[in-house]
Design a protein around this ligand. Structure first.
Ligand code: PLP
Length: 405
């Protein structure tokens, strides 16, 4: 058995050894406060500036346009509240039905506070309904927030096009690019995106560091109010070691971008092809053309994702499922539901998300071990008999809601 085959990189990534190495001195010798007047703090401040410049380079941004936060969630919250507080007369927000909870639950919260929220839907391939989005914009709209790439399916949205349209209508545009940074080329100098969120732990920096890009000239009000740090845009003494780590991770990500889009993409495609060829009634979720190179959401009909995950875990394979088993009720992911993926498929969906640390041998290991797991689980399923779905399973697409193993 292989020790650990980690294909859950959209959940979190391994901190790169180079990143750990860059961070270590800032936990020991270089402990100065970058705001201090003395040389000792000043040296740290200079390194902080370098790290900021490295992150800005990855995005095609100016270092002054970067605000450090504690995570992607804080960046998302900061962006939305900045727009709402800067335009108090506008009480409408546009977002999508497939956002991460960092935006989705904030949208629910805003509704409770009396804001109007439009959530634009997607089609069966996870592509955004652009007509709905365009029609929803009004004089009341304070901000449009659309993720760059979906964390579950990897589907990439036309954020540049939406940003252009938002600018034309005088509306602020924010993108949650937590899953996109380091996987797709980004050049904000050529773009009309006003704000962009990212998170360190998705690009081989540690958990607990994020950043928000705010284009120069964008009206902004801080979310965390306090000291003068981050030019008064986010209070709190800087998380120096993690900021240094994120800067190093940004440098590495710039160097790995080609590898992500060639070798990692090829491994992902080989994995999908191997699984689909060996397993009947399996399918890939999401637009295969406009997709992150590292992500694959595969549905194995008539089995439960959780059961597959447990069997995979016993073999050392770490992946995610598209349904959350909470308090005994199995609820398929809101993303797959928004796409109209039938329950029978949504319940049996597994997300494999790769990184530059994966190998071809790991893909072959997964391809070898998943088919017998699916066979075994289908043998236990009341909806599967003699190598195919039973008549009752086909008649009721929602039947798998009640599957229990
Ligand atoms: N947005 C997206 C698309 C994500 O995938 C995630 C994390 O899974 C987040 C936001 C939240 O990031 P963090 O865990 O840094 O708060």
């Amino acid at each position: 058995m292989m020790e650990t085959v980690y294909v859950d990189n959209n959940a979190t990534t391994r901190t790169a050894p180079e990143v750990v190495e860059a961070m270590l001195p800032y936990f020991s010798d270089r402990y100065g406060n970058p705001s201090s007047m003395h040389f000792f703090g000043g040296q740290v401040g200079a390194e902080l500036n370098r790290a900021r410049a490295n992150l800005a380079d990855l995005l095609g941004a100016d270092p002054d346009e970067i605000i450090y936060t504690s995570c992607g969630t804080e960046s998302d919250n900061t962006a939305i509240w900045a727009a709402l507080r800067s335009h108090p007369e506008k009480r409408h927000v546009i977002t999508t039905r497939v956002e991460h909870p960092a935006i989705d639950n904030l949208a629910n919260h805003l509704r409770q506070l009396g804001y109007r929220v439009t959530e634009v839907g997607v089609d069966r391939e996870g592509r955004l309904n652009m007509d709905h989005l365009t029609d929803a914009i009004s004089d009341e709209t304070a901000i449009i927030s659309v993720m760059w790439a979906n964390n579950e399916t990897g589907v990439v949205f036309p954020v540049e096009e939406i940003a252009e349209m938002a600018r034309g209508r005088g509306v602020v545009f924010h993108t949650d690019a937590v899953q996109a940074v380091g996987k797709v080329p980004i050049d904000l100098r050529k773009s009309k995106i006003d704000m962009l969120s990212l998170s360190g732990h998705k690009l081989h920096a540690p958990k607990g560091i994020g950043a928000l890009y705010v284009r120069k000239g964008t009206k902004f009000k801080p979310f965390v109010v306090g000291g003068h740090q981050e030019k008064g845009r986010r209070g709190g003494t800087e998380n120096v070691p993690y900021i240094i780590g994120l800067g190093r991770a940004a440098q590495l990500a710039a160097g790995h971008l080609d590898d992500e889009n060639t070798r990692v993409r090829a491994m992902r495609d080989r994995l999908e092809q191997g699984l689909l060829a060996a397993i009947p009634n399996s399918m890939v979720n999401g637009d295969r053309e406009h997709r992150l190179p590292n992500t694959s959401s595969v549905s194995f009909e008539y089995v439960e994702g959780e059961s597959i995950l447990m069997h995979l875990s016993n073999l050392g394979i770490c992946a995610s499922s598209g349904s959350a088993c909470t308090s005994g009720s199995l609820e398929p992911s809101h993303v797959l539901r928004a796409m109209g993926v039938p329950f029978t498929a949504a319940h049996g969906s597994i997300r494999f998300s790769l990184s530059v640390y994966n190998t071809d041998a790991e893909m072959e290991y997964i391809i070898q071990h998943v088919p017998p797991i699916i066979d075994k689980l289908r043998d236990l399923s009341p909806f599967w008999k003699d190598g195919g779905p039973t008549e009752s399973a086909l008649l009721t697409g929602a039947a798998s809601c009640s599957i229990r193993h």
